[in-house]
Design a protein around this ligand. Structure first.
Ligand SMILES: [Zn+2]
Length: 542
């Protein structure tokens, strides 16, 4: 670019151009969704026309307030590039970039991040982000004396205020009801929403970083030992992204759970709800005393959880093996074993397999045989978007499968086929857990608890993966697969467990991850003030 042919721009002019560009290039999903609820005719045309103007005003105000000789260009360049990749994720997966998503993105390991990286994303970022960012970098800008610049900024902000006033006069009533009825739509505005989420994330992290007192829970916890009862061995499998309606046991047209279907005594839950729609939200919540309505990540960071309460008994051996990412803070005080690398996991090919978590357990299971034991296995399960990588050849039953992490580029059948193969794999894994437990049922009272952390969208209405805010998330992301299995002679709080009655209950009654805290305490016969018998699934009755 030859500077001689270009008239230098002022900062404000550059901001106006980039702001308008961002409205047009970054809000495809937002406008599509708006058009779904506001048909374009009559007075609606005025309202619809006001939306890009409003977005433009927000962009200009934001950039103007932060503009200076040293900040204007870097800020514009940064926002252009990030907004382009945000566009990719919103347009391809219909995800929104809320605070939880920012946290997930920043806490994601390299392995997971690479799983999302693909050619289409590169194209998006290059053409929608890097090219305009390069033009901004090259654009000749004159920086006038500070008084002149200040005056120009004040003038700009004044005009924005005036236009906002006029818009408010004509469309204020419309926006009041629009935002009441379609509140979640604003989550699709770009770059407004991701910037707001980032600021909110930073604010929360700062608030968290100060020293805070730990909320101690259940220091009174004791195991009730009963004469003649064998100790307990519970395996608690924390599943990954298994939605209820693709789990064969729930009447799915495909038999994706052939092995569990043939296993006697499986208790299958027909209506089990997740706490959140993201791993980083659901997993800590599954171990929290708070339950979905009171659960708060910041408080949980400074709180003990189910595992700590069990540790307070001093009588239960605890082991957490993780083949997903990490325990999301749950084992902060107790430690866990990473099974994502071949160092610990003996079953690895292109990636380490969930089955590896069942190897080399003799040390844990054969030691202290009078102790009760809880083994938590955090699965890789159906982790997306690369479902096709989650299973070995023997589970490659449904074909053809989507072999891209760009799910929108595959047919729905291909996505569903790959996903269903991962469910077949989880079925076999759970069956292996039961086999292992059977080997130990002479020595222990054994039980399996399996609950998926959240569900998964597989392209219904163009929505993929998971992580939508709970309020607007589809059923597929919240209704999860959950099963239990008990060895013979299992006693619950001293009484023989009636598995048939429990199976009946599991078919008809709604449960949620809120029940897990007290259910696990109940299974392990722990007496403590934080145990709520009403929440223990095994106490429920019709
Ligand atoms: Zn998850």
């Amino acid at each position: 670019m030859n500077k001689k042919f270009l008239k230098p721009l002022t900062q404000i002019q550059l901001i106006l151009i980039v702001s308008a560009y961002l409205v047009v290039a970054g809000n495809y999903t937002f406008f599509t969704k708006v058009l779904e609820v506001i048909p374009p005719h009559g007075i609606n045309l005025l309202y619809l026309a006001s939306m890009p103007i409003l977005l433009f005003i927000i962009n200009v105000a934001f950039f103007t307030l932060l503009s200076s000789r040293y900040t204007t260009k870097p800020l514009l360049i940064f926002v252009l590039i990030v907004s382009a990749s945000v566009s990719y994720f919103m347009n391809s997966y219909q995800v929104v970039i809320d605070r939880g998503m920012i946290r997930s993105a920043l806490e994601t390991n390299v392995h997971e991040a690479l799983g999302l990286f693909n050619f289409k994303m590169l194209l998006y970022t290059f053409f929608l982000g890097i090219v305009p960012a390069w033009l901004v970098y090259k654009a000749p800008v004159v920086y006038r004396p500070w008084k002149t610049e200040l005056w120009a900024k004040l003038k700009t902000l004044g005009i924005l205020l005036l236009v906002t006033g006029i818009l408010a006069y004509f469309t204020g009533g419309f926006y009041a009801s629009f935002f009441r009825e379609h509140r979640p739509l604003k989550n699709y505005t770009n770059p407004y929403y991701w910037i707001k989420s980032t600021v909110s994330y930073v604010k929360h992290s700062l608030r968290r970083s100060g020293p805070k007192k730990l909320r101690v829970l259940g220091t009174d916890a004791r195991v009730i030992h009963r004469e003649g009862e064998k100790p307990k061995l519970i395996v608690y499998v924390v599943g990954e992204a298994t939605r209820w309606d693709h789990f064969g046991l729930n009447g799915y047209t495909r038999d994706t759970t052939p092995k569990l279907a043939k296993t006697e005594g499986v208790v299958n839950f027909n209506d089990f709800r997740s706490c959140g729609t993201l791993t980083a939200h659901s997993v800590p919540c599954m171990f929290s005393i708070d339950g979905r309505s009171r659960y708060n990540r910041d408080r949980e960071e400074h709180s003990e959880n189910l595992m700590d309460v069990l540790a307070h008994t001093g009588a239960i051996d605890l082991l957490w093996r993780d083949n997903n990412s990490d325990p999301k803070g749950v084992m902060k005080r107790l430690g866990y074993v990473d099974f994502m690398s071949p160092e610990n996991n003996p079953v690895c090919d292109s990636e380490c397999r969930d089955e590896g978590m069942l190897k080399n357990l003799e040390g844990f299971l054969d030691r202290n045989v009078t102790h009760d034991k809880l083994l938590v296995l955090h699965q890789m399960g159906s982790h997306g978007p690369e479902y096709y990588k989650r299973y070995t050849k023997e589970f490659f039953r449904y074909k053809p499968v989507c072999r891209s992490n760009e799910l929108g580029s595959c047919t729905r059948d291909e996505v569903v086929n790959a996903y269903d193969n991962t469910v077949l794999h989880t079925d076999a894994f759970l069956h292996d857990v039961i086999d292992l437990l059977k080997k130990y049922e002479k020595r222990y009272q054994v039980a399996l608890v399996y609950v998926a952390d959240h569900g998964e969208s597989l392209g219904e209405h163009g929505i993929y993966l998971h992580g939508l805010p709970y309020m607007i998330a589809p059923e597929a992301q919240k209704h999860v697969a959950a099963v239990m299995w008990f060895g013979p002679g299992f006693k619950h709080r001293g009484e023989d467990l009636n598995v048939t009655a429990l199976q009946r209950l599991a078919r008809s009654k709604r449960f949620s991850q809120d029940n897990l805290f007290s259910t696990i305490l109940g299974l392990l016969d722990v007496n403590t003030s934080v145990y709520d018998p009403k929440m223990d699934i095994l106490n429920a009755s019709e």
